[in-house]
Structures are given as structure tokens and as C-alpha cells.
Write a protein that binds this ligand. Structure first.
Ligand SMILES: Cc1ncc(COP(=O)(O)O)c(C=O)c1O
Length: 489
């Protein structure tokens, strides 16, 4: 016995209603883009304390007003990444085309894990990973998989490393291991590498932190020292991870040096290029990733400086067949032979089972602009980093300080007027940033290294102009003066 189709379901699947809503929402988004690009909103970052925002949604969600109203409110209350004054975290300011791709792929919902769930998407993924790998300088026979985020890609790459290099005569995937494995990684690396090592059961001591130099890059001496320490602690190092670039300050490890080290010690060489691997597409900045082509695996986020909405990551392998190393599992409802390296059943190689139609998002960028656009983006965003550093340099006499010459679009700096006592620099910077956040015109974040707190910009919006950078610095100067007038010393 089955009920007739419920009116709610009839409404949900009605094509005419869908098209009418779509027209309305697209109109709203066009206006949002125009306002954001014209800097018409008073703020790019509508800062509201978490408890207040939660209360708002507690009240609001109890009184539904319809989808267009809800979406309008989400747009108004969200961070304005499309505003050129957005200089905050490392997520892409997506090409608006990506929203249209999302519209289509979310409706189709042909995600992985296996070919028959999403034939077009799976075939495109295989083609794109080989083609993009080649464009990055990887050799013939390279390829890989797309996945949901750099965090996951780094974990999966280290699982491959563990299986290939980790256990003498035993298969770590089948038998587990003695918990004594280790990975060497920069002391400035993203936390997800440490997380991956702990997930693999090697604990905190399984992470050999490699000391970095004044530019936040690993050195040969640092690598040797970390290797010796791991050996002294009875650890079996299986991999070394190069950061391209680091998260906090955007510093590139010397990947040639890291590759040499990996070869000498028979280690898996993984590059965490979540943020900065696209430098490979820029003739001006390609030198930063020299040696990346020697890596066994590379993680690169399409959703950072490649214009694609989150989450969308490429995990590249120098030898495509090694992408089957991380997992081998039976799943009779999906595939019949666990050992068969069927490229088309991506679930055999990804952490995820179901995943979104990621390859269409990447294909859309290539279809409209070609891989050239990634070099153009890198040049523009890294150029903005140089521009900001130059401007801070010109203001140096007024209390401005640059943490280091930036190598990418991540710039760390601070403004500490001479009236502020040495022991209060961190407290002043933290308070200044909080005031700036609450004022909200420009969205800037903060970080900490070597015990010092720094303001941090990631220049993600290619529509940002030098005048926006000047206005942001001017804004900090006004706030710092106010704080001094209020008695900060
Ligand atoms: C160097 C680096 N690795 C990994 C990650 C994590 O990537 P995701 O946020 O895509 O998981 C980040 C994020 O900022 C990063 O900068």
C-alpha cells in the first residue's frame, strides 16, 4: 500500500518552481557580485560574536520565510570573499562560473565512488589528473585522484608511503604495524600532517619536526638532525614532507634539497602543495617548486589559488599505479575484485566512498580559460603579496614591521608603535586585530611564530588593488592611534 505522491514532494521536484527560484537567486547573486566588486558594502567581514550569531539563527530558523529569503540572508551575513577587501584565510575567491557548475552537478549528483555512479565525472577525473600532472612537470605515467580537501589528500599520501616503505616484509594495510613509524616535516607545516601521523597510530612521537631557518624553510642540517633524533628514539622514518608552501607565512621548502635527502635515505617524498603548488603554472614563480617533479606524491588544492569552490583537491602520484597503495578492500556491492586496479572505480583509491562531481569543477575552469589562468592567478596574487610587503617597507618608520620577505600571497606583518613596551607587543597586536575584525572593512587574520603574534593577510582576491592594501594599512594606523589615545602603553 503506497500513498499518492505527497504535495511536499510534488513541490520539491517541480521544474517550473525550480526555474523561477533559480532566476530569482541568480539575480540576487549578480547584485551581490556587483556590490562586492564595487566595495559598496561597508564591510567585507560582518563580524558578530559566535553566541550572538547562534542566537540569531535560533530565532530565525524557527520562522521560515522561503528559500530566496533564506539565501539572501546567508549572503548578507557571510564573509564577502568576492569583495576585493577580503584578505583573510586561504579559501578561493571562486570564479562565479563555479557556482553554475555547482548548480548543475548538485542536481545531477553523479558522485563517485564507482564508475557506474558517475561515468562522465570519473572518466574526466582520470583524464584531468594525468593532464594537469603533466602540465605541472610530472613525468609520463603520473596521475591520481581528486578528493575533498588537502587534509585528506595528505593523509592518503602518507598511507601510501607507509605501505610502500613502512614495514619490512609485512603489509601495514593488512597486518598493521609496530607503531614505530615516523614522518619528517617542517616545524612550520600545516597541522594536518601531524594529525595524519597520529591517525596512522604513530602518536605524537611519530612526527619528526624539522627545524627551519629564518625564512621558515627546512635546512639540510635540520633534516639530518631530525633523522638522527628519530633513529635515536627507535623510529623508522618512512617519509619526508616538503611544504609548498607553509600555511602560516607562505614559505616554500627547498624541494630539490628535500628530494635529495629522500633519495639518500630511501624515503617517500610527499609535497604538501595544498596552497602553493600552483606556482608550477607560473613562469615567474615556477622556481619556487623546483624539485616538486621528483616527489612521489603531491597534494594540491584546486579550492585555494585555482579559482574552484571548496572542497576540491588533487592528489597526484608520480607513478599512477601507486595510487592503489593506500587501500585494498572488498566491497561486493560496488566492485567484484579488491585487487584489480580498475582506474574507473575511484573509491578503491580515495578515502571517501561517495564524493561530489569534483572533476566537472576543474574541467569548467580549463574549458573557459585554459591552464594558463592558473599562472595568471598566481602572478596576480603573489604580485599583490610583493606589493603589500613593499608598502609596509615604505612605512617602516611608523612602527610597521614585516615578519619576512613574502614568497607567496601570504604576508605576515605588524604595527607596534614605539610607545608600546616590548613585553606588550603580542597583547597589542592581538587587541588591534580584534578591533580591526569588529570594524570589519578589510578582513585580515593573525598568526603566531617564534613566540610573536603577527597580522596575516592571504591575498586571495585577484580584484584586490594596491589602493585596497593602502586603505587596509591606513585603517590599522587609525585604530592603533585610537588605542594609544585610550592609554595603551
Ligand atoms: C599547506 C596546507 N596544507 C594543508 C591544508 C589543509 O587543506 P584543506 O583545508 O583543503 O583540508 C592547508 C590549509 O590551509 C594548507 O595551507
Amino acid at each position: 500500500m503506497i500513498d499518492p505522491l505527497h504535495p511536499l514532494l510534488r513541490k520539491a521536484y517541480d521544474p517550473d518552481r525550480f526555474a523561477a527560484l533559480g532566476t530569482e537567486v541568480l539575480g540576487d547573486l549578480k547584485r551581490h557580485l556587483e556590490e562586492a566588486q564595487a566595495r559598496e558594502r561597508s564591510r567585507s567581514m560582518p563580524w558578530v560574536p559566535p553566541e550572538e550569531e547562534r542566537k540569531h539563527w535560533e530565532r530565525r530558523l524557527a520562522h521560515p520565510k522561503g528559500l530566496p529569503a533564506l539565501l539572501r540572508e546567508v549572503v548578507d551575513r557571510s564573509n564577502g570573499l568576492q569583495d576585493p577587501r577580503y584578505m583573510g584565510h586561504q579559501v578561493a575567491v571562486p570564479f562565479p562560473d563555479g557556482a553554475l557548475v555547482g548548480l548543475v552537478t548538485d542536481l545531477l549528483n553523479n558522485g563517485g565512488a564507482i564508475y557506474e555512479m558517475g561515468p562522465t565525472n570519473s572518466a574526466m577525473e582520470d583524464v584531468l589528473m594525468a593532464r594537469i600532472g603533466k602540465a605541472m612537470g610530472l613525468p609520463d605515467g603520473s596521475g591520481g585522484v581528486m578528493c575533498h580537501g588537502g587534509t585528506l589528500a595528505n593523509l592518503v599520501a602518507l598511507l601510501a608511503a607507509r605501505r610502500k616503505r613502512g614495514s619490512e616484509g609485512a603489509d601495514a594495510w593488512v597486518q598493521g604495524d609496530d607503531g614505530k613509524g615516523a614522518v619528517l616535516v617542517s616545524d612550520q607545516a600545516h597541522y594536518c600532517v601531524d594529525r595524519a601521523v597520529r591517525i596512522m597510530g604513530w602518536g605524537a612521537a611519530g612526527v619528526g619536526l624539522v627545524p627551519t631557518d629564518g625564512r621558515h624553510s627546512m635546512t639540510r642540517t635540520g633534516l639530518d638532525k631530525a633523522m638522527e633524533q628519530m633513529a635515536a628514539q627507535g623510529r623508522r622514518v618512512v617519509a619526508v614532507v616538503g611544504s609548498a608552501c607553509t600555511t602560516s607565512s607562505g614559505a616554500y621548502d627547498d624541494l630539490e634539497l628535500t628530494a635529495d635527502f629522500a633519495e639518500e635515505h630511501g624515503l617517500w617524498f610527499h609535497v604538501d602543495g595544498a596552497h602553493g603548488a600552483p606556482a608550477a603554472f607560473s613562469s615567474r614563480y615556477r622556481h619556487l617548486v623546483a624539485g616538486m617533479d621528483r616527489a612521489d606524491s603531491i597534494a594540491m588544492d584546486f579550492h585555494k589559488i585555482m579559482g574552484v569552490p571548496a572542497l576540491c583537491t588533487g592528489l597526484f602520484y608520480k607513478r599512477q599505479d601507486e595510487s592503489f597503495l593506500p587501500f585494498t578492500q572488498a566491497a561486493e556491492y560496488l566492485w567484484s575484485d579488491a585487487e584489480d586496479p580498475e582506474w574507473w572505480n575511484f573509491g578503491k583509491r580515495t578515502f571517501e566512498c561517495t564524493k561530489r562531481m569534483l572533476s566537472t569543477r576543474v574541467a569548467a575552469v580549463l574549458e573557459e580559460y585554459g591552464a594558463e589562468v592558473w599562472g595568471v592567478l598566481v602572478d596576480r596574487l603573489f604580485g599583490l603579496g610583493e606589493e603589500l610587503a613593499g608598502s609596509i617597507g615604505r612605512r617602516r618608520g611608523q612602527g610597521w614591521e614585516l615578519a619576512m620577505v613574502p614568497q607567496s600571497n601570504i604576508v605576515c606583518f605588524r604595527l607596534v608603535p614605539e610607545e608600546i613596551a616590548a613585553g606588550r607587543h603580542n597583547a597589542f597586536t592581538t587587541a588591534l586585530r580584534q578591533r580591526h575584525l569588529e570594524e570589519g572593512a578589510h578582513y585580515v587574520v593573525q598568526t603566531r611564530f617564534n613566540g610573536a603574534v603577527w597580522l596575516r593577510c592571504t591575498l586571495m582576491n585577484p580584484l584586490t588593488e594596491p589602493e585596497d592594501l593602502e586603505a587596509m594599512l591606513d585603517g590599522f594606523e587609525v585604530l592603533a592611534k585610537e588605542m594609544l589615545n585610550q592609554g595603551w602603553t
